[in-house]
Ligand binder design. Structure first.
Ligand SMILES: Cc1cc2nc3c(=O)[nH]c(=O)nc-3n(C[C@H](O)[C@H](O)[C@H](O)COP(=O)(O)OP(=O)(O)OC[C@H]3O[C@@H](n4cnc5c(N)ncnc54)[C@H](O)[C@@H]3O)c2cc1C
Length: 179
């Protein structure tokens, strides 16, 4: 789940990549996988591109991309999950940065599994396709070819996996298959 926040203040103590870990990482992941919910103390990643490219935000402001881990969509009440998560993130960041962050938000957008599924047709709003959590998972990923002649697949939800390096590998495999 991502919150996109336009923040009307500069934070010199933050950099391009910032990560605020959960006090209890195991509890966070148990909540994700077993309860299909979000921990009350989520690990928060903040990316601020205006740290490197000042034109990405107005003067004395910053473009925060605030991301937490969430489970895939299995019918949870995402409005409730989002509202609670937003409050927990704001409390955590306000405490650590010693500033009331909510009052600095000028613009706001979000992305959750429901929106990811609607925008990309990704099943259950998953970022990386089928879950890869057991030894055999790699063998069950969607292949790069299909039964339809001339139809191939490359990208994050098919073989070999999600993330930019694997997507590039996926493209390479498809390139070779096409050749
Ligand atoms: C929030 C987030 C953070 C991430 N962080 C990282 C990270 O730190 N490191 C990492 O390695 N990976 C990261 N990833 C994963 C990585 O971005 C993806 O695995 C990868 O981008 C997927 O590549 P893709 O080519 O499959 O799809 P995309 O990169 O989504 O490309 C699909 C493209 O197709 C276009 N498109 C869609 N429909 C049409 C259409 N009908 N006609 C024409 N064009 C269309 C889209 O506009 C888009 O440009 C992250 C993903 C997300 C969402």
């Amino acid at each position: 789940m991502i919150f996109y926040w336009g923040i009307k203040q500069s934070f010199p103590q933050l950099d391009l990549h910032n990560i605020f870990f959960s006090e209890n990482y195991k509890e966070e992941f148990d909540t994700l996988f077993q309860k299909k919910n979000v921990s009350n103390d989520p690990t928060v990643y903040i990316n601020i591109t205006s740290k490197k490219l000042s034109s990405d935000a107005p003067e004395n402001s910053e473009n925060w991309f605030v991301m937490i881990n969430v489970p895939s969509n299995s019918g949870q009440n995402w409005d409730d999950i989002r509202t609670t998560a937003r409050q927990n993130i704001l409390s955590k960041l306000s405490r650590i940065l010693k500033t009331d962050i909510e009052s600095l938000i000028e613009e706001e957008e979000y992305l959750d599994p429901i929106r990811i599924e609607a925008k990309t047709s990704s099943h259950a709003g998953a970022l990386y396709g089928a879950s890869s959590n057991d030894r055999m998972a790699a063998f069950f990923r969607h292949p790069n070819f299909s039964k339809v002649k001339g139809l191939y697949f490359a990208g994050g939800s098919v073989h070999p996996g999600g993330g930019i390096p694997l997507c590039l590998l996926s493209a390479k495999i498809v390139g070779e298959l096409v050749e």
